[in-house]
Design a protein around this ligand. Structure first.
Ligand SMILES: [Fe+2]
Length: 518
């Protein structure tokens, strides 16, 4: 095939994918070149979901007052992918039509790329060009890979700090950013606000879009997106605090709750470099959990711990959601699920069959126990895996049954840096360590007070490191010898001039479960 024909073929396939079913009703007519008064790319750009031969590129057009006249039109956005930072060697070009129905968001699933290769990309509409982004594909499935570098991050409450962790992430040499949820917060806590959310608590599609607009305008967050591909999972605050499937804390009618969730999921999709999953027509049913391989070195799974879970055990009848529970018989109900039956079957099969050296199981919250002594028995936080102990046991039993070594779980949500042993029976030294856990603290969101954090640390021998006082991210480096986590951290609240230091470093040696302090 001639080189020119090949490129035409690529352009054709990229266009076909851009017009996936959810996009099919865009009036794909030639749109006139618009002379923009204000930059329509004010929300930045992003790439994500790296695979050996593909990547997802994202942007969303924004309209100033002076540009409002074209907001009702379907607009053509040109996308270019280059093999060099100087944009001299263009390897792909595509056109994507978008319109107000999808908030003028643009998703392009670029295919036929080379493995382990750097690419640069930009968007154009009319006379406006986006910033240039850098991205990189995953290695070939059978490639020998020397190193995998990930920034593990979560929980970026806009009001509670500046995104200086993202400014550092943008400068790191990384394969990808692994963001495990709470990308936006629907709620406010004025007591800890150093800057303000605009608008009220989002419940409608328009309100969720407005919330993403505010977050996406942040220059440090934009820099981290422009520098690396992201692998994304959501947690609860992308919809509403502590939600579980179709339940919220107010016991809202589940049908009403699902409408709110659908609006939140659609807004999530419109603002992230992700795909819709099997149900391409409907962001409300978006399947975000996936598996990603990194050569022969590692498999990475991202688990959705919100969309399919059972409601929290022993909820307060007035105010549901997360709380500490004691003497709660519901905890031992083996029909309760964190992942839903379908996802649980999928991770059980996929994990059991994994032949890669490292198995990195990324999920949104904490698997190790944070229970504390109570006058009768122990008290458990029912929103994390402590509230789903039977589901946790099944996940860890899979590791034992399949005789897997080098399983490392990665999490977020709890606003704590955690290095922990994972045993079938938490905190029981007689129960063998079967896997290792690293949980990152939040980018900005406030952590636990010193006293409860100290009590949790003292009450759980599996917690080797547990600090909630600082903000930051986890720099994960995986080689054939070890999986290392450097907890990069700064004090709360993170100011724009603050710097990060390494709070602690832990390694898991290949073949020996359990993190060790460095
Ligand atoms: Fe959070």
């Amino acid at each position: 095939m001639k080189r020119r024909d090949f490129h035409q073929l690529l352009q054709g396939s990229a266009m076909a994918l851009a017009l996936s079913p959810w996009m099919k009703d865009v009036a794909a007519t030639e749109s006139k070149l618009h002379a923009w008064r204000a930059n329509p790319f004010a929300l930045g750009i992003a790439s994500g979901r790296p695979r050996a031969d593909s990547i997802v590129l994202w942007t969303r057009l924004l309209f100033s007052q002076e540009d409002r006249a074209v907001e009702t039109e379907a607009l053509r956005v040109d996308v270019e992918v280059f093999a060099d930072a100087n944009l001299k060697r263009r390897v792909q070009k595509a056109e994507v039509f978008t319109d107000a129905y999808r908030a003028h968001s643009v998703h392009l699933h670029v295919q036929h790329l080379k493995p382990s290769t750097d690419y640069w990309y930009r968007f154009r509409q009319g006379d406006a060009y986006s910033p240039v982004g850098h991205t990189r594909t995953a290695p070939a499935l059978n490639a020998d890979v020397r190193e995998l570098r990930i920034a593990l991050s979560s929980c970026q409450h806009y009001e509670q700090g500046q995104y200086i962790a993202h400014a550092e992430i943008a400068k790191q040499k990384l394969d990808f950013v692994l963001f495990m949820g709470d990308y936006i917060y629907e709620s406010s806590n004025p007591q800890y606000a150093i800057r303000k959310h605009s608008g009220e608590e989002p419940k409608t599609l328009a309100q969720y879009r407005e919330r993403y607009e505010q977050y996406k305008r942040d220059p440090m967050l934009q820099a981290a997106h422009a520098a690396h591909p992201w692998v994304l999972m959501w947690d609860d605050h992308e919809v509403v605090n502590d939600y579980a499937n179709d339940q919220d804390r107010q016991y809202t009618d589940p049908q009403q709750m699902l409408l709110r969730r659908a609006a939140a999921y659609q807004a999530y999709f419109e603002h992230q470099p992700v795909l819709l999953g099997p149900d391409k027509d409907n962001p409300a049913n978006m399947r975000l959990y996936e598996q990603l391989s990194w050569g022969k070195l590692a498999d990475v799974w991202t688990l959705d711990c919100r969309q399919y879970r059972s409601a929290q055990a022993c909820r307060d009848p007035v105010r549901g959601g997360g709380r500490m529970v004691v003497q709660c018989d519901e905890l031992s109900d083996s029909t309760r699920t964190m992942l839903g039956n379908e996802q649980e079957r999928w991770i059980t099969d996929s994990l059991s069959q994994s032949k890669r050296q490292w198995k990195l199981v990324a999920q949104a919250t904490q698997i190790s126990s944070t229970s504390i002594p109570a006058p009768v028995g122990r008290s458990y936080w029912n929103d994390a895996w402590d509230g789903y102990p039977e589901a946790r046991k099944r996940l860890l039993q899979t590791v034992v049954d399949a005789k897997l070594s080098n399983v490392v779980t990665l999490g977020g949500d709890v606003h704590c840096n955690v290095a922990a042993n994972l045993r079938l029976e938490p905190n029981n030294p007689q129960s063998p360590i079967v896997a290792s856990e690293f949980v990152t603290t939040s980018i900005t969101s406030r952590g636990l007070g010193d006293k409860p954090a100290a009590l949790i640390r003292e009450s759980n021998s599996d917690l080797l490191h547990y600090r909630s006082d600082e903000r930051g991210y986890g720099l994960i480096t995986v080689t054939s010898k070890e999986a290392r986590c450097d907890f990069r951290a700064t004090k709360f609240p993170a100011g724009s001039e603050a710097g990060l230091k390494t709070q602690a470093s832990y390694v898991v040696k290949s073949g020996k479960p359990g993190p060790q302090a460095v």
